[in-house]
Design a protein around this ligand. Structure first.
Ligand SMILES: [Mn+2]
Length: 448
């Protein structure tokens, strides 16, 4: 069984920074994700909760991290599946209580067999519970009962918890800025995804099936000991104008573009890349006009992603370039102000209907509040944040609600890179993935 991706000191540092924000009479309970059934007795591939991965790197199901303050400081326990030969014969080897206590960044490993009694006991001595709810019904039940039971101990001696809160927001705030070793992992995920897109461009030809491009991308993920971080989107022609298209089951006609939005995970850390290319290896004039506009917008968005800039600065930059471009191409017949809108919600939104950025990390749409209520432009960018820049333009020929210009009907283009914010300016983690027209034209089909 593979070991931990980070050294013990990094996990211990995260735990300490988290727990110093919890009152000493609080009890912390962090359950991992439940496993989920696909059909009959087949489960979906298991993915641990990002909070569990972040705090102690434990990837196995059913575990619960518990932290309690003792006289000499916080004490971190991890409930794990006990060794069980019968279960292990079917489901795979378990690290077990004995294995978990050696080499994992925890103070004590406990068996899940003792979960009920140990947690019930711990609840008696705490005043507040800090629990991520709705992951483990057994724990929700125990905590709920401790909070609502009217016992003599509670009434007369005031024992037991009186409040419950969600510790996720504290962890989210910590997760939004990445450490150096997290950035290394994100760089590996970015490199694998960049190479996967290149591999897919090389095998593309007119008439190829979307699923075949998906196979090239995901085959590269798997060959690199990685897996997708979200279901790959491979949309040819009009399918590229459906933002979350993922059936990937159509053949792509000569003359059409294909939009590929696919990223992978390394030790849970995600990459997220979108590229769009012509299946026959040559952009038409109309396609090139839109492609170069989206690319100019993307570069402007990246340039705006600097320390101290508000979160929305990149979106404003991409909206501005795209709005002016749509006016120049006579797709919009209005002023730049009308195209942009009061709150970046003007006429341009007919063709560019999503945001420009999301945070990226252990989750592909990573945690952390980026646009707090009342702060229109969002939080300021800090060194260590990783976010995507991904403007797009979509002219679905199927749209009957708006006027789609004939020349551009059936074109959907998005270009997306992963950007690390640093004091020396934005670093494009996905720079290994080509996006200039000439580079793409020379790659597409070169491996057929
Ligand atoms: Mn994205």
């Amino acid at each position: 069984m593979a070991g931990l991706p980070f050294d013990e000191a990094e996990y211990r540092g995260r735990q300490a920074r988290f727990l110093e924000q919890i009152p000493a009479d609080g009890l912390v309970l962090i359950p991992t994700n439940p496993s989920s059934m696909r059909s009959n007795d087949v489960t979906h591939p298991y993915r641990a909760s990002s909070y569990m991965l972040y705090l102690c790197g434990w990837r196995h199901p059913e575990s619960v991290l518990m932290a309690k303050h003792r006289e000499d400081g916080w004490f971190v326990s991890l409930f794990v599946q006990p060794r069980d030969t019968d279960a292990e014969i079917w489901e795979g080897r378990r690290i077990g209580v004995e294995g978990a206590v050696n080499g994992w960044p925890i103070d004590e490993a406990l068996s899940l067999d003792d979960l009920d009694s140990m947690i019930a006991e711990a609840l008696k001595d705490c005043k507040s519970v800090h629990l991520i709810q709705k992951l483990n019904p057994q724990i929700d039940r125990l905590v709920n009962s401790a909070l609502t039971t009217k016992s003599r101990a509670r009434n007369v001696h005031g024992r037991g918890p009186v409040s419950i809160s969600d510790p996720a927001s504290i962890l989210d705030e910590m997760r939004i800025c990445k450490s150096e070793s997290e950035i290394e992992m994100m760089q590996s995920a970015a490199n694998i995804a960049a190479d996967a897109h290149i591999a897919a461009m090389r095998v593309t030809y007119s008439g190829i099936g979307e699923w075949q491009i998906q196979a090239a991308v995901e085959g590269h993920f798997m060959a690199s000991k990685s897996r997708w971080s979200y279901p790959s989107i491979v949309g040819g022609g009009d399918n590229a104008t459906v933002l979350h298209y993922d059936s990937n089951d159509c053949e792509i006609t000569d003359g059409d573009l294909v939009l590929v939005d696919a990223g992978c995970e390394v030790n849970g850390y995600a990459s997220d890349i979108t590229r769009t290319w012509p299946v026959n290896g040559r952009f038409s004039e109309a396609q090139k006009e839109i492609y170069e506009l989206v690319l100019r917008a993307e570069l402007a968005g990246i340039e705006a992603a600097v320390v101290g800039a508000p979160w929305k600065a990149s979106h404003k930059a991409t909206m501005e370039v795209i709005s002016q471009g749509l006016i120049d191409l006579a797709i919009l017949d209005c002023s730049l102000k009308e195209a942009m809108g009061e709150d970046l919600d003007g006429k341009t939104r007919q063709f560019f209907m999503h945001g420009t950025s999301h945070s990226l990390g252990l989750d592909v749409h990573d945690v952390g509040v980026t646009l707090p209520d009342g702060e229109e432009s969002g939080r300021e960018l800090e060194a260590g944040m990783v976010l995507t820049i991904e403007p797009g333009l979509y002219f679905g020929s199927w749209r009957s609600d708006i006027k789609i210009p004939e020349r551009y009907a059936g074109i959907g283009i998005r270009i997306e890179d992963d950007i690390l914010i640093t004091d020396d300016g934005p670093v494009v983690l996905t720079a290994g993935c080509p996006k200039a027209v000439v580079e793409i034209e020379s790659l597409v089909g070169s491996g057929v």
